[in-house]
Design a protein around this ligand. Structure first.
Ligand code: KG4
Ligand code: ZN
Length: 338
């Protein structure tokens, strides 16, 4: 075990997660308790249910992480927690517990940006560490393209003007009567479908910048469904495959264009949507053709987890960052450079 040892808590939305990593970036434990079944009846995350469940579950997860990592609480050099962006009442649970542990153990506290966690997650487990790359974050809350020059050194090239990619997956899933969250369900249905069955719009593909927009795609699905009448159920796999292809097409092409413009040798992709099978397949194919290295987050680390928060905290800790115990959570925390 290399020092420093980081224990991180992630409670920004509906996953309660605790992880421990050591100074080499090795993840010693990563515990996640998902609340999807609790929110499924409502078709989306209910903030109060989320925060109450975090409180109930987090203590057990901390104990599990300590047990599974083989470390002792006294070995922890820094307690970290996601401080935003996310749901305020959920963020407060992880943040307050990390501060209490820090105070109790006489160790520093570190507030971590959730997006920085996603951004660095493709490099977890790679001996070469964080690599300069064009970085795409595609999650439920965000769709962003960045130039990642190193830990803490980022330039945002573009972001979604309306829905995030995952949000579009979830809303379209709802329209099709699929279970929440729609992303994994659409991915599953799409495997049996024809990607060319429906011609959905590729919004902003040729906009000349790195902005995204997915609301038009969602609207075109909304108008198409009544036209299909009773055949909708039978066409769900085709609808899912064609819809998914439109999103994948835009995010892959824009990422490759940025890699070309910025002369980057690598592309890194993170966030919940990056566990989509078709997205991974097309990125792999296109990066091979363009002779670009591709860093995809491990599928288990694409959706929200605390390993990515511990990993991001490790880089900040090594760079000398510490956060005051007075530091508040911020539901709209922007991604800032170090
Ligand atoms: O990163 P994440 O856990 O939460 C945020 O930080 O927002 O991402 C969750 C999003 C949801 O919108 C979910 O539908 C989507 O990731 N997602 C997927 C897949 N798995 C999760 N979208 C497409 N295909 C998937 N296989
Ligand atoms: Zn996330």
């Amino acid at each position: 075990m290399h020092s420093p040892v980081i224990l991180a808590l992630e409670t920004s939305c509906d996953e309660t997660a605790v992880a421990i990593c050591d100074g080499s970036g090795t993840v010693l434990a990563s515990e996640i308790s998902t609340q999807i079944p609790e929110h499924q009846p409502y078709g989306g995350v209910v903030p109060e249910i989320a925060s109450r469940n975090h409180i109930v579950r987090i203590r057990t997860l901390v104990l599990q992480a300590i047990n599974n990592s083989g470390i002792h609480l006294e070995d922890v050099d820094c307690f970290a927690a996601t401080s935003g962006p996310g749901l305020a009442s959920s963020l407060l649970v992880g943040s307050t517990l990390a501060k209490s542990l820090a105070l109790n153990c006489g160790r520093p506290f570190l507030a971590v940006n959730h997006l920085e966690g996603h951004l660095l997650s493709p490099f977890i487990g790679h001996r070469e560490g964080v690599q300069p790359s064009i970085a795409l974050i595609v999650s439920g809350g965000h769709t962003m393209l960045l130039h990642l020059r190193g830990p803490g050194d980022y330039e945002v090239l573009g972001r979604s003007r309306d829905d995030a990619a995952g949000e579009a997956f979830d809303k379209v899933g709802k329209m099709l009567g699929l279970l929440y969250p729609g992303g994994p369900e659409i991915d599953r249905q799409a495997r049996r479908g024809d990607r060319k069955a429906f011609d959905f719009p590729r919004s902003m593909l040729d906009s000349g910048d790195y902005a995204f927009s997915f609301s038009g795609l969602k609207t075109s699905m909304l108008y198409l469904l009544p036209q299909l009448g009773e055949t909708v159920t039978a066409r769900i796999p085709d609808l899912c495959a064609s819809f998914q292809e439109a999103i994948v097409d835009v995010v892959v092409k824009k990422s490759l264009k940025a890699a070309h413009q910025y002369r980057a040798g690598s592309i890194s992709v993170s966030g919940g949507v990056s566990c989509n099978h078709r997205l991974r397949e097309v990125f792999a194919e296109q990066c091979r053709r363009a002779k670009l290295d591709l860093y995809l987050a491990d599928p288990a680390l694409t959706t929200d987890n605390a390993a990515m928060i511990a990993y991001a905290a490790l880089h900040r800790f090594k760079a000398g960052h510490r956060s005051p115990l007075e530091e508040d959570v911020n539901p709209n925390l922007p991604l800032t450079v170090a």
